[in-house]
Ligand binder design. Structure first.
Ligand code: PDD
Length: 285
């Protein structure tokens, strides 16, 4: 049985109830996080909470919870539920109003919900064991505030579904200038001639915490060059390697794009190096 957290209490999932007037339900008016936890150890907890606090400020939700309080929720849920490899989902919506009115209401209490779900074991840097991703591509038709980790994910959901319905694991998105933005639920990278290249942070992509950690780890190590700059879809199709990152998958190598093999048709050597470095350093964040 799954134990969840709702507004200050822990309870079985079946007992967790929120108002249908909750603005998270009516408008997708909220912010969320997903933090990985392996054997009870949270990865990237500090940056995840910082991003959540920034997101809440960006949409004007006044919710005062300290990092220690968030940590207690995450650790308690990990302890109360089964499983070694967990994603901790944190969700703060603006709360329930008495009416449906677009403007932010005054004096309502935010709704705070958290639960854990199983994620795959952290990948090991082994070409023979890692899952190679197959992806579709399509124009990014989401909104212009993709830097906000909003619970309003219909655009992402529709893009993911498009790739999924054709038997793919993800969908890589591109803007009207034919530049890659990100995946529907992950950040995206290419590797060309040994250099890791990923789009810069702006309103078109989520500032992924796995991205933040990976780029920091690679720069500190120094053996693989990193560039943050626009990447055209022609570059994606001509890349030696393509990767996706997110909290639930770490660094995922893409082996097929729109039915065509990436690079030499398998998982690349730079991925092995990068995943090795990531695995060794991720517990420092
Ligand atoms: N997705 N871009 C988008 C659109 C995302 O939804 C995510 C994460 C990322 C990667 O962010 P991070 O490295 O902080 O997980 C990039 C989460 C896991 C989800 O919605 O389930």
């Amino acid at each position: 049985m799954s134990i969840v957290y709702l507004n200050g209490s822990y309870m079985p999932l079946e007992e967790a109830k929120i108002s249908p007037m909750d603005r998270g339900f009516l408008f997708g008016d909220g912010i969320y996080e997903v933090i990985p936890s392996y054997d009870g150890n949270l990865v990237g907890f500090g940056p995840h909470i910082d991003r959540m606090v920034e997101g809440l400020a960006l949409i004007g939700i006044d919710f005062d919870f300290s990092a220690d309080q968030w940590r207690a929720v995450c650790e308690t849920l990990a302890a109360k539920n089964e499983g070694d490899n967990l994603g901790v989902y944190l969700h703060v919506s603006r709360g329930a109003d008495t009416k449906r009115f677009h403007a932010y209401p005054d004096n309502i209490d935010a709704t705070v919900f958290a639960f854990v779900f199983e994620i795959p074991p952290a990948p090991v840097a082994d070409k023979a064991k890692v899952k190679g991703y197959k992806v579709a591509t399509t124009e990014d038709l989401r909104w212009k505030r993709c830097n906000i980790k909003s619970t309003a994910l219909l655009g992402n959901v529709m893009h993911f579904q498009q790739g999924h319905s054709e038997g793919n694991n993800e969908t890589i998105l591109y803007n009207s200038d034919n530049e890659m933005t990100e995946g529907s639920a992950c950040n995206a990278y290419i590797v060309k001639d040994g250099v890791v290249i990923t789009p810069p942070l702006d309103h078109q992509i989520l500032p992924g915490i796995t991205r933040l950690m990976l780029l920091d780890i690679l720069r500190k190590d120094g053996s693989i060059k990193v560039e943050e700059r626009p990447v055209t879809m022609d570059e994606v199709r001509g890349a030696d390697e393509v990767w996706l990152t997110s909290s639930s998958k770490e660094i995922a190598p893409v082996v097929e794009i729109d039915g065509r093999p990436v690079g030499q048709g398998g998982v690349g050597d730079v991925w092995v190096k990068a995943q090795t470095l990531y695995s060794a350093a991720k517990s420092n964040y």
